[in-house]
Design a protein around this ligand. Sequence first.
Ligand code: GAP
Length: 468
Amino acid sequence: MEKNEEKMNKVIALTKRRGFIYPGSEIYGGLANSWDYGPNGTELKNNIKNEWWKRFVQARQDMVGVDAALIMNPKVWEASGHVGGFNDPLVEDKKTHERYRLDHLLEDAGVENAEGMSLEEMTKKVKELKLKSPKGNELTEPKMFNLMFETYLGPIKDEDNKAYLRPETAQAMFVDFKNIIDTTRQRIPFGVAQIGKAFRNEITTGNFIFRLREFEQMEIEYFIKEEDWEEQFEYWLKEMHGWIEHLGLDKKKVRDYEVPKDELAHYSKRTVDIEYEYPFGTKELYGLAYRTDHDLKNHMEHSGQDLRFRDPYTGERYIPHVVEPTFGVDRTVLAVLVESYAEEEVDGDTRVVMKFPRWVAPVKAAVFPLIKKDEGLVKIAKDVYSAIAPNYNTEYDESGAIGKRYRRHDEIGTPICITVDHQALEDKTITLRERDSMEQIRVPADEIGEVLDKYYAGADFLSLGEKV
Ligand code: GAP
């Protein structure tokens, strides 16, 4: 097995084994490419979303957040161009009836920039190359397939009641623009952020949680004056890289891909995809797009509402332009998982350890009484647990050999394991063991809250107590 594929399989196995990510609907045989976040995955994902929100919304005066409905008036998607243009080219294997994205098949066959080609150009290429399906069979004529999931509101399934599950969170920030400027004190430049689910009926999914039909986005629409777009674009590109560094992703595995003009989405004048080197290839992690005034202008035309911003100093009214940094949540989780996965030789054994940054780790501390049957140890361990659990996601674990308990927490990336041994009965100190260095220190049991506060504020582990 190729090394990268092996790593991917190991990460997928660990995420199942340790309660990060399960196959969706598994007891019914699963559902193609649907995944459920388990207890540790949910904590990890929430840590990422909360940190993002703190960093980009709460810590900034020029940002506000919204949390809009997933199903919006269908006119939104006509105005945004998604009804007419949010399509992928589809072909079918005439024998097996398996469906493929034609641009992906062409790229696999060595055609460059197939994603930017028109349907006619792709059809011509299929003929030129005598392209077959991956199973070696004839393909059907290519056709365009709209990626939006359709649904019907209420009991009657007709065109009048048709609606869509949103394919991006972005549009709500434009549709709510007037309400936001009327109800906040924001002035251009300012941004609106949203975290939430988006749905796309992708023709092909895969690579675990990389390409999903139901996924989450963290998006910012940053409203600016047209003349400032280049400066703002560069600024947000730097901000995005700052976030990526904060996630602990290796800089060498991250690169900017300037999307060629003929491949740009229908709304964009410039897009940079930030790509990450996943084990299955270097692929899009995030995107930064200059959406011009495309969205507000179109919503103004389609809704008949005045969505211009009025400059309070000059009285000038204009349609703001937009720079959009967009971050996929699931792709972030996947990048963090593969980046953090490590195998190390320790005393002749292999230890698997998830080296998450401290703030990302789903469990912040684990508390173990050395011996389950010793009431004195159990009492101190439970008191320690109660002292820290309100502030830090903490696990109490009293079963199995101590080495096994460490191993389990290494695999879920718990930065600090706390052991209560017999010395605690004499001097009320406990042992802390750090995940990455495997160093140990002793600290007074009643100071554990402060010690963890310092550690999670970034203190060096060995500075926090007496080295064992
Ligand atoms: N509002 C702009 C927008 O939606 P996009 O590049 O289509 O742009 C933004 O999507 C981000 O959403 C991507 O950079 C990626 O992180 C994530 N994303 C897109 N499609 C996805 C899918 N099928 N599965 C998982 N994540 C996806």
